[in-house]
Design a protein around this ligand. Structure first.
Ligand SMILES: N[C@@H](CCC(=O)N[C@@H](CS)C(=O)NCC(=O)O)C(=O)O
Length: 212
């Protein structure tokens, strides 16, 4: 992964990712690309002033957007699928059908109900009818679900890291960052340990490097 300042300066032979450093969807895409050793260039955008080149490729205006030759992939899970399809035997892929099904179930739950509950908790000021404890409780339904998985295996679908862990943990990390003490009071030892491993990983550190 190499940061470049402007789209026009890109190396046309390399895949190219429009990204936003703190976006959890962009984090999961960067991490999987890095894990797979795919050489790509990265342009950090401002969500308030999106580059017209990015909007030309993908008018919906969300990051991440990956450009490979003529192909435009503008959904984070599609980027991950593209990487897995290029490298079907990569260690972070799920192999058995039950694992694939579980992977889909966890990611769907994360990207729908949990994301909604997480945003409501993060932006609780916009929900004056609900108090913060209530909003937090709604978001923790998913954490309890993750804890049941992580009390059986060290990672979500098995005892080794898969793309599912990479896809999910940036969102859980966001929830914890709102108020760590409140999270620790839940005493979810499996989730705590899992997060610590992922946040401390070189993979995450590399994906979070700042431009320049
Ligand atoms: N379903 C999309 C969601 C991506 C998304 O919502 N990204 C946010 C940033 S975290 C975004 O670009 N929002 C547009 C904006 O804030 O203008 C994906 O998985 O790639």
């Amino acid at each position: 992964m190499k940061y470049i300042e402007a789209f026009s300066k890109r190396n046309k032979s390399l895949p190219f990712l429009f990204s936003y450093r703190r976006c959890p969807y962009a984090m999961r895409a960067r991490m999987v690309l890095i894990y797979a050793n795919i050489d790509f260039e990265l342009i950090e955008i401002s969500l308030k002033s999106k580059p017209p080149e990015m909007l030309n490729f993908s008018p919906k205006g969300t990051v991440p957007v990956l450009i490979i030759d003529e192909q435009i992939i503008d959904e984070s899970m599609d980027i991950i699928d593209w990487v897995l399809n290029q490298n079907p035997n990569i260690e972070i892929n799920t192999q058995r059908p039950q694992e694939k099904q579980l992977a889909q179930e966890i990611i769907k739950e994360n990207d729908t109900s949990f994301k909604k509950a997480l945003d409501a908790y993060k932006y609780s000021i916009q929900y004056p009818e609900k108090n913060i404890d209530q909003l937090f409780k709604e978001a923790t339904i998913f954490l309890d679900y993750l804890e049941t998985k992580l009390s059986r295996t060290s990672f979500l679908v098995n005892d080794y890291l898969t793309f599912v862990d990479i896809a999910i943990f940036p969102f859980v990390r966001q929830l914890v960052n709102v108020n760590k003490e409140r999270f620790l009071k839940l005493n979810l030892k499996g989730v705590e340990k899992w997060l610590k491993v992922l946040i401390g990983s070189d993979l995450f550190k590399n994906a979070m490097k700042k431009p320049g």
